[in-house]
Design a protein around this ligand. Structure first.
Ligand SMILES: *Cc1c(COP(=O)(O)O)cnc(C)c1O
Length: 365
């Protein structure tokens, strides 16, 4: 029983992909080809933003968002303590200071009730992450940001297609970043990412930053990066994007079966979805004090699981000893207790029943 599988990308799509790759090889527009423009247009439409810009990956997208907002050394950025390390790396790599916030124990997303206590005159931005596919509390976050004149960058790498109060994620923040790493809800066949925004000036600046700080060949206004969406990745994304809605529905249906079968089992805490949000179920994460033993038990039955994430960023060597003044106990407890169960489009009810039956056996013994 795999943890993720790409089986929903079927033979038909594979043929379509290979044909388009073959056409691309003949045409040769490997950088910023028509497939890139087509994808940026479709992804902007999906997110309901006026601008979308492909990037080389999600980490670059986050960094470029911060650069576009002129976040730099001396500035502070509010980030969730419970996230993939990329959210943190983007902030430190532009030289700014990370202010970590514990998660809300019900959603695992940034606890918005703690944000205002952590603001200072140096706070420049908040980066909410829609962790595991569940939108963060964007109304509250945008209200705080507006009140204090702070920018918001959504990290929606795990939540493509999720909605909050009927509106797509990636459209709330001033400028937002996502990733098309292969295992994300819409993944390329390699590294890729994107930025979305409704702000034309930010979009133009971000476009320059992605392309050596240049809007016109050999004229450089900014010290930019080389981080463009490859045409060959855009091509894969163009084939997959129309299926995102249906794939997310399959994830939601799978989550419904998990919820039905795992309700009341052992000491499991199941994901909860606040009213008004749709969860994209990038991951189906349960919580138990028996996590390690349960994972070992499932591994013996050939059921692959994941831990997102086993070591929080502030406990990584990369950030050793820099965050002692913050009480991040809840983040550390989650790191010991969360377990991600198999979740991907195309997972069958039989497979989920097998996983859940095995979990019940574990708790019965
Ligand atoms: C995957 C991910 C990223 C980084 O994306 P890459 O394309 O791997 O650089 C950033 N933030 C979160 C929350 C992610 O899950």
């Amino acid at each position: 029983m795999p943890f993720v599988s790409f089986r929903a990308f079927n033979e038909l799509m594979k043929e379509d992909y290979l044909q388009r790759v073959s056409a691309l090889l003949n045409k040769g527009d490997f950088i910023s080809g028509t497939e890139v423009a087509e994808f940026e247009k479709s992804f902007a439409a999906l997110c309901n933003t006026s601008h979308c810009l492909g990037t080389g990956n999600g980490l670059d997208a986050l960094k470029i968002c911060l650069n576009a907002l002129d976040v730099k050394a001396g500035d502070e950025v509010i980030v969730p303590a419970n996230t993939f390390i990329a959210t943190w790396l983007a902030v430190s790599q532009v030289g700014a200071t990370i202010i970590p916030v514990n998660p809300d124990p019900a959603t695992y997303n940034i606890d918005v009730s703690q944000i205002e206590n952590l603001l200072s005159a140096k706070t420049k931005a908040i980066i909410p992450v829609h962790l595991y596919g569940l939108p963060a509390d964007m109304a509250a976050i945008m209200e705080i940001a507006h009140k204090h004149g702070i920018s918001v960058i959504e990290d929606f790498a795990q939540a493509q297609g999720a909605t909050y109060k009927g509106r797509a994620v990636g459209s709330f923040g001033h400028i937002n970043a996502t990733s098309f790493y292969p295992a994300k809800n819409i993944g390329a066949f390699g590294d890729a990412g994107a930025i979305t925004t409704n702000d034309k000036a930010l979009a133009e600046k971000a476009a320059m930053l992605c392309n050596y700080g240049s809007a016109q060949k050999y004229v450089h206004q900014l010290q930019g990066y080389n981080s463009r969406l490859d045409t060959i990745q855009a091509l894969a994304l163009n084939i997959k994007l129309p299926l995102l809605g249906q794939w997310n529905e399959q994830r939601i249906a799978a989550a419904d079966i998990y919820a039905l079968l795992l309700h009341g089992v052992g000491d499991l805490t199941l994901p909860s979805v606040p009213a008004g949000s749709t969860h994209a179920f990038h991951l189906y994460v349960v919580r138990t004090t028996q996590r390690d033993k349960l994972q070992q038990f499932l591994t013996q039955l050939d059921i692959a699981t994941g831990i997102h994430y086993p070591i929080p960023p502030h406990r990584q060597l990369a950030y050793a000893n820099s965050f002692g003044k913050f009480d991040l106990t809840l983040t550390e407890t989650l790191a010991d207790e969360v377990l991600s169960l198999p979740m991907f489009p195309g997972i069958t009810a039989d497979e989920i029943e097998y996983v859940c039956g095995s979990i019940k056996k574990f708790f019965a013994s």
